[in-house]
Design a binder for this molecule. Structure first.
Ligand code: ZN
Length: 219
């Protein structure tokens, strides 16, 4: 039997639309996992997804990086080892700060890129485990990472691998910041013409449209 320590972490998100896990509390609008992680510093209504460990686990679950069982075992472990959980949280914040800098200025600054590289390799270098490809219930395949040792080991691997992919694939030039300066969310622009402006049409895009409309009425 697989213990909680050998439950796989998904490296790529499953596309299944029937996932029972709740995603609505957090925004996943960035097209890339690492950018969604960056955006977790200012999720809707001002709550930081890294404000406490429980919330971080909920974010990981919402991002489909932990299944329900593994999330529950993480939470149990965090109660047994509060200092360990706090350390994980602090580390996640540190990684997120570096990734925000990479998202916002990585395309134009080689210093930012090399700082990020050091950080990515720091996280990758200390995670022991094995990589696997697994068949899912819906017939799709997913890349997974099975950490060995500490239950918290590898918790950031998927996020960091996603950022590493952005460097490898030269994607930084397509990372944008939402055109609403109050928003601060970043995203990968995957439109053909490279002119996506808003993190999300339902929120920022819509607000801008309404504002333009009001301007027209008042002219
Ligand atoms: Zn926005």
């Amino acid at each position: 039997m697989l213990g909680p320590m050998s439950q796989p972490l998904e490296l790529t998100r499953s596309a299944s639309a029937t996932e029972p896990r709740e995603r609505h509390a957090f925004a996943f609008v960035a097209e890339r996992l690492w950018l969604d992680f960056v955006n977790s510093d200012r999720v809707a209504r001002g709550d930081d997804a890294l404000s406490d460990f429980d919330r971080f686990v909920r974010w990981l679950e919402a991002a489909h990086l932990l299944d329900e069982e593994r999330a529950a075992s993480m939470l149990r472990r965090s109660q047994q080892q509060p200092a360990g959980a706090l350390a994980v949280l602090g580390d996640a914040r540190r990684v997120r700060n570096v990734l925000r800098a990479l998202a916002e200025r990585g395309a134009s600054s080689s210093t930012i890129r090399s700082d990020a590289l050091a950080e990515l390799n720091r996280v990758l270098g200390r995670s022991a485990g094995t990589r696997r490809v697994e068949l899912q219930a819906d017939g799709g395949f997913v890349r997974t990472f099975v950490p060995v040792g500490d239950a918290f080991a590898g918790i950031l691997i998927s996020v960091v691998e996603s950022a590493a992919d952005a460097l490898i694939l030269g994607e930084l030039v397509r990372v944008r910041r939402c055109a609403d300066p109050r928003c601060g969310r970043v995203f990968q622009d995957e439109t053909k013409n490279g002119r996506r402006r808003w993190c999300d049409m339902a929120t920022c895009g819509n607000r801008a449209k309404a504002a333009r409309h009001r301007m027209k009425l008042h002219r």
